[in-house]
Design a protein around this ligand. Structure first.
Ligand SMILES: Cc1cc2nc3c(=O)[nH]c(=O)nc-3n(C[C@H](O)[C@H](O)[C@H](O)COP(=O)(O)OP(=O)(O)OC[C@H]3O[C@@H](n4cnc5c(N)ncnc54)[C@H](O)[C@@H]3O)c2cc1C
Length: 397
């Protein structure tokens, strides 16, 4: 039998976006009933997966118990959303509860789809096929880089929407530097197959990255998408997104950035665009058809790269708009597309990207962030994780 429950605000997803919006709301609206739905036991600071996959830190440091991060006053239901009925304002959970809401904030992220590439699902983690896009694969990724004997080291970036589109470049730059340390770089071809047509959308940062690629002597194939992995022959098949032709490459190390997909319950709930992401106004983050629904984080269909930094800014806007709606106002807060990503170009070097929907750099520091800097590496490695756990998730900034 279905159990019924009602809350004023229901948040789906307790990742970066969901926890920040929950913290901000409960601080301002302590008397409002807020429920957060997520079946996960663990919450991950995913930017640290780059450090774990490149031997800089232990992967366990990126994980904390989900329960321990739920803000006081927010009711945590450790269940997944199975279906949303936006016409009747309720969500059905994996344990069969029917939760009615006045307002809904959707923050379920996007998930890895290993099956999106033929032959990949069974081969990840074996015989040189690795990825920093999976917590379980991080130790194997680092081991494979550490003991790489030389040969073809191939890195990929897919055509689907993905989390932190710079991460595939970052792990490639770190691996390339490590191959010098182990003395195998002279026997190694580092090759990058990317579905994109450039290294970065912003010219200012792209010119630095072009120099990094040149300095590191990395070969790039733009507009190429990984179509198949043949682990028995150590072959990867790429398709040109321009001509449709296929190319088979032999690899010794294959770092795969997998395809991603939005959680299926969103599509079943008729809340999405064709790409499976939630159809929201890019400024107010309000659903295009259901005015009591908002979406934020990776699951929202927004024309800006999917990063935790973007999710934090979106959480501020969604919280403010929900507060306004609850006091009978209009959603006036607006998101400008801000996104940020520290691109690690070596052990001790970072270029800090920050920009908005207009592709205009919005830099925090009073110096040129397009320059590779040790100070920005320290920020990325030590300051940002500390701020994440102690200030961002608790909604203090
Ligand atoms: C390797 C890597 C490197 C990265 N580097 C950076 C970086 O340097 N800088 C940066 O800013 N960002 C970076 N990111 C991206 C950043 O981690 C994400 O953009 C951010 O976590 C998005 O937050 P989110 O809340 O939308 O999704 P997530 O944090 O993924 O959380 C989604 C939550 O929703 C839950 N959920 C899913 N389905 C359901 C359901 N049906 N019902 C209930 N709950 C559900 C999940 O369990 C999860 O807890 C990186 C990501 C990766 C993987």
């Amino acid at each position: 039998m279905l159990q019924h429950q009602h809350c004023q605000i229901l948040i789906i997803g307790g990742g970066t976006a969901g926890l920040i919006v929950a913290s901000k709301l409960i601080k301002k609206l302590p008397a409002v009933s807020i429920v957060l739905l997520d079946s996960a036991d663990k919450h991950y600071y995913q930017p640290a997966w780059l450090f774990a996959g490149s031997g800089i830190m232990a992967k366990e440091k990126s994980a904390r118990s989900e329960k321990s991060l739920i803000p006081n006053g927010v009711l945590f239901l450790q269940e997944a959303a199975e279906l949303c009925n936006p016409d009747e304002n309720y969500v059905i959970t994996s344990q069969g509860k029917r939760i009615f809401y006045d307002y809904l904030a959707l923050a379920p992220g996007i998930t890895v789809d290993w099956a999106g590439v033929k032959g990949l699902e069974g081969s990840i983690g074996k015989d040189g096929v690795v990825s920093i896009y999976s917590y379980e694969q991080l130790d194997q990724t680092w081991q494979s880089i550490k003991i790489f004997p030389g040969g073809a080291a191939v890195f990929t970036l897919p055509a689907t929407p993905l989390k932190c589109p710079s991460a595939p470049q970052k792990i490639m730059y770190l691996a390339e530097e490590y191959f010098h340390k182990t003395g195998v770089r002279k026997d190694t071809n580092v090759i990058f197959f990317t579905a994109k047509d450039k290294l970065c959308e912003i010219k200012k940062y792209e010119s630095t990255l072009k120099k990094v690629i040149e300095r590191k002597n990395i070969k790039i194939f733009f507009k190429h998408d990984l179509e198949e992995v043949r682990p028995d022959k150590k072959e990867a098949v790429f398709k040109s997104l321009v001509t449709g032709s296929k190319e088979t490459i032999k690899y010794d190390l294959l770092h795969v950035t997998p395809c991603f997909q939005a959680p299926v319950f969103l599509k079943k709930s008729r809340l999405t665009q064709k790409n499976g992401l939630v159809d929201v106004n890019p400024y107010t983050l309000q659903h295009q058809r259901y005015k009591n629904i908002f979406a934020l984080g990776d699951a929202a269909d927004l024309p800006t790269p999917k990063t935790g930094a973007a999710a934090r800014r979106q959480a501020k806007v969604v919280a403010e708009n929900l507060i306004r709606l609850l006091s009978s106002g209009q959603p006036g807060a607006s998101y400008n597309g801000y996104t940020s990503c520290p691109i690690t170009t070596g052990y001790g070097k970072v270029v800090l990207l920050e920009y908005d929907y207009d592709k205009k750099p919005l830099e925090t520091f009073p110096f040129n962030q397009a320059k590779e800097r040790y100070s920005m590496f320290l920020l990325d490695r030590y300051v940002l994780p500390y701020m994440y756990w102690n200030f961002m998730l608790p909604g203090r900034i």
